[in-house]
Design a protein around this ligand. Sequence first.
Ligand code: SIN
Length: 328
Amino acid sequence: MKLRFLTAAAALSALVLAGTAVADPIVIKFSHVVAENTPKGQMANKFRDLIAERLAGKVEVKVFPNSQLFGDNKVLEAMLLGDVQMAAPSLSKFSRYTDSLQLFDLPFLFRDMAAVDRFQQSAAGQKMLSSINKKGLVGLGYLHNGMKQLSASSPLRVPADAKNMKFRIMTSDVLAAQFEAVDATPLKKPFSEVFTLLQTKAIDGQENTWSNIYSKKFFEVQPYITESNHGLLDYMVVTSAEFWMDLPDDLKGEVKKALDEAIAFGNKVAEDKSVADKQKIIDSKRSEVISLSPAERAQWVEVMKPVWKKFEDQIGKDLIDAAYNSNN
Ligand code: SIN
C-alpha cells in the first residue's frame, strides 16, 4: 500500500516537473486575405520561419492565408477580442480606427514606391503607425504591395469610359469618392468576394495590384486592365496593444527584429512581383493590358485629384503636403 502511494507520488511530481519544464509556446495567429504567393503571403511565411528558427519552443507563428480565419472586415475586431494576434490589412481598411490613414488612398498622390518609402520612413510617416493606438491596436510596420491598376469588362482609356460602371472597392470613403468622381458606382465588398462578383458580372471592374490581379485570377474574368498606377495598395502590420504589452520584453525584441526582416523580404517580393505578375498576365493573353498616353492619364488626374480637397480636413493638409513632397 505504502509502495503504491510512493509510486503515485513520484509519478505526480514527474508530471509537475515536466509541466513546468515544457511550457506551451506563445502562439501568434497571423491572419490575412491574400494568396500565399503574394508579397504579404510571402512576408507572413518568412516571419513564421524566422520565429521557428530563433524562438522554437517559446513563440510559434501560425499563418492563415486566403481569408481562412477572418475576412478583412472582421480581423481587427477579432484582434481586439484576442482571437488573432497579427494581421496586415490594407491601409484602406482602417477607416473605423483612424481618419489619418485615408491619406494613402488619395488618387495620384505618390509617383512611385520610392516616394511611398521616403514618406513612410519620415517622422510624419512613422508617427502614423501610432494613429490606431487609442483604439487598442499597435502598428508594427508598413508593408508594400504596389501601385493599383484598373481592371474592367470594357476598355478604360479616359474617365468617361468608366461612367455608370460598378467597381468593387475596399472599405474606404476616399476610394468611393474617387470612383464617384468619374461617375461610376463604387461598392464596398470584401476581397474574398471579388472574383465571384467579377465572374458573375455583378460588378464591371475593380482596382488592384498586379500581384493580386494575378494570384486571385481576376485577369481571367476581366478582359481589360488599364495600367493606371493611380493609387497605392500598402499594408500595416498590426497587433493588439494587450498582446504586445503582455509579451515579455526579451521575446518582444526578437519578434520585432524577425518581423522587420520579414517586411524587408516582403517589400522585395512586392517589387519583383509588380514586374513579373504583370508579364504573366500579358503572356496569358486572357486580358489586354492598356497603356495610357500622357494626355489620357492627365484626364484621370484632373478628374480624380479634387478628391484630395474633400478629405483635407479629415486627413490634415500638412500631412497631404508632406506626402506629396516625398515625390521630389
Ligand atoms: C489585400 O491585398 O490584402 C487585399 C486588397 C483588397 O482588398 O483589394
